[in-house]
Design a protein around this ligand. Structure first.
Ligand SMILES: NC(=O)c1ccc[n+]([C@@H]2O[C@H](COP(=O)([O-])OP(=O)(O)OC[C@H]3O[C@@H](n4cnc5c(N)ncnc54)[C@H](OP(=O)(O)O)[C@@H]3O)[C@@H](O)[C@H]2O)c1
Length: 309
């Protein structure tokens, strides 16, 4: 699948959306208070979509809403509380959105939120935090919203993955959820597993729900986008500083997400992996349909122990 795209690594989200009228569309962006997610939400709202910002910190979320409204006074934006590390918060978010008469359908879901802790951290449910936020939280959210998503005429789900999905070479199901410290699972390893899960989830969403009109894909926003990402550690800070000539702005980082959330021809993108606004080749593991199905079944099975969703 090769997408003819006039856009490239330097394109911005506003350039990608220029001339598009998204009024009537309802979109949700997770992790939308800062970084790539903020620019994703802002640009979609600027193009006329009603955008729901899923944020865990209400003060930062309100600040993001205010900034968008200041830049685009007609923007239809709202905030929903969402902590992807907390199954109760995800369930409350799903409940609040799926019972709203003014949200009859969700046209676009962009699973953007992510974190990479350099410390070994577990959630209250005992799940390694990076995998909980990036994969399991998005899995629960997406499953919970699926009925509302499938009511849209041409629904789209974009999983924000990363080139880090290439490491490790294989998804380690035995150690995926707890990433045991004694097995020397490093932060980068857990992050790689989580981003591999994002790509596999897009593939399986397409397999399962493509026949019902859903289009799903995974994107890499660009490496070392100048956001708050990974800034808690001196090591990643140093890496970002060294690589600064190669970095992208968040506005550029959001371009690939919004391009594939709104590209007219769904066939071009179904189940694909995209980087810098172009078709890209994902790893063999990320493109393996058997592994994608296994991850879905694994995640679903695990939910019984994790949350009543
Ligand atoms: N930056 C890069 O170079 C790069 C490269 C490849 C892929 N990516 C991917 O791009 C996506 C966006 O990253 P970014 O660079 O924009 O990072 P960022 O500036 O750190 O933003 C991450 C967003 O995710 C939110 N988030 C973190 N934990 C959450 C939780 N438990 N529940 C809900 N939201 C949570 C953050 O909220 P708080 O503000 O409350 O923490 C923030 O809004 C991530 O999925 C990342 O893996 C980034």
């Amino acid at each position: 699948m090769t997408l003819p795209s006039t856009f490239n690594r330097n394109s911005t989200a506003d350039q990608v959306l220029e001339g598009k009228n998204l009024s009537g569309k309802i979109a949700m962006v997770t992790g939308a208070n800062g970084g790539i997610g903020y620019e994703t939400a802002r640009s979609l709202a600027a193009a006329g979509a009603h955008v729901i910002l899923g944020c865990r910190n209400s003060r930062l979320g309100e600040e993001a809403l205010a900034k968008i409204r200041l830049a685009h006074p007609n923007a239809q934006v709202e905030l929903v509380s969402l902590d992807l590390a907390d199954p109760a918060s995800i369930a409350a978010c799903v409940e609040s959105l799926s019972t709203r008469n003014d949200i009859p359908q969700l046209d676009i879901l962009i699973c953007n939120a992510g974190s990479m802790s350099t410390k070994y951290l577990l959630t209250d449910q005992g799940i390694e935090r990076t995998v909980a936020v990036c994969h399991l939280g998005h899995f629960i959210l997406t499953k919970g919203l699926l009925d509302t998503i499938l009511k849209a005429p041409a629904p789209r789900i974009v999983m924000v993955s990363s080139e880090s999905h290439r490491y490790p070479l294989r998804l380690n199901f035995d150690n995926l959820l707890v990433a045991k410290k004694q097995n020397r699972i490093t932060a980068f390893n857990a992050y790689g597993q989580a981003k591999l899960c994002n790509a596999l989830m897009a593939l399986e969403l397409q397999q399962r729900y493509g026949s019902q009109g859903l289009t799903a894909c995974a994107v890499h926003p660009g490496a070392l986008v100048t956001t708050g990402f990974g800034r808690e550690s001196w090591l990643t800070q140093a890496l970002f500083t060294l690589a600064s000539p190669l970095t992208k702005t968040p506005h550029q980082g959001a371009a690939t997400s919004v391009l594939f959330a709104t590209h007219d021809n769904a066939e071009d993108i179904a189940g694909g992996y995209f980087s810098h606004c172009r078709t890209a080749r994902c790893s063999a593991e990320a493109g393996n349909k058997d592994v994608a199905k296994k991850l879905w079944d694994f995640s679903e099975h695990h939910l019984h122990n994790y949350a009543n969703v």
